[in-house]
Design a protein around this ligand. Sequence first.
Ligand SMILES: C[S@@+](CC[C@H](N)C(=O)[O-])C[C@H]1O[C@@H](n2cnc3c(N)ncnc32)[C@H](O)[C@@H]1O
Length: 291
Amino acid sequence: MSDEGRFAAGWLSLRERADHQARSPRLTGHASDWLRRRRRDGDPLSLVDLGCGTASNPAYLAERLPGPQRWRLVDHDPALLAQAGSRLGRLVDEDGRATEWSCDRQPLTPLSPALLDGADLVCASALFDLVSCDWAERLVRACAERRLAALFTLSVTGDWAFIDSRGQRREDGEDRWARDGVIAHQRRDKGFGPALGGDAPAALSEAFAAHGYAVSSAASPWRLPPGRVESRTLGSALLAGWGDTLHEQYPDDRERADAWLEERHAALEAGELGIEIDHIDLFAEPGEAQS
Ligand SMILES: C[S@@+](CC[C@H](N)C(=O)[O-])C[C@H]1O[C@@H](n2cnc3c(N)ncnc32)[C@H](O)[C@@H]1O
């Protein structure tokens, strides 16, 4: 990923299975209950997905939510939107009805609150580490002005670690050095201003709570145990990304970064180490508090 918030379709497709396995069914259930209460005779429910990429979020949600559904997918990347468009026609709601959808190629910076006009639910996944605190607060204000619920999933907390076959964290000073570098890099401007990185879940929760929302959150970690094919493929891609990040973050420590990468890659390939990455899902609705 570049600093301008560009993502390769190959990376998004590689992570999709882990993303879908990690998500909180409980919070999807809250979103489903909310939409059921918003149903109006004849009119489709209107859902907006911000930073949709190749439509992983609608691909997960459509069949788990009531319909009929009309999706509006927003992203600035035409290549990702083209891939999203090619799969949207196959998505059905929980009753097996085809969904309506449109793709909206536009930057989310600055935020145009009108994007949310007429919506019943605003969604986004794996987006908020990129955004600034100001941008997140503007989005929450736009939701509150429209009394809209939000389902924001798979926001990284910044914590990740290598794990052994018993799921125990295995780390040394080099891992902590690498993680600090990745965390610092996450805070660089990705086109939205200084990025929230792993502070995004807390910032979103606070902003919604300040507008009187009831906020529910759930851990949605990736758990990639040692030795599995997916742990090797996704783990290798993660390490490659962290390698690029460390080269940018620590330009004078290239050899140290490369030595760390080589060792951890060998341990991953040998099935000695897996990886765990923390995320948080959040559902926020105007009204009374829930669990
Ligand atoms: C990590 S990807 C997540 C994609 C998708 N939501 C998913 O879960 O697979 C972040 C997405 O945000 C989009 N994005 C980043 N910056 C953006 C901006 N300024 N305006 C619009 N889209 C942006 C990227 O193109 C990418 O599709």
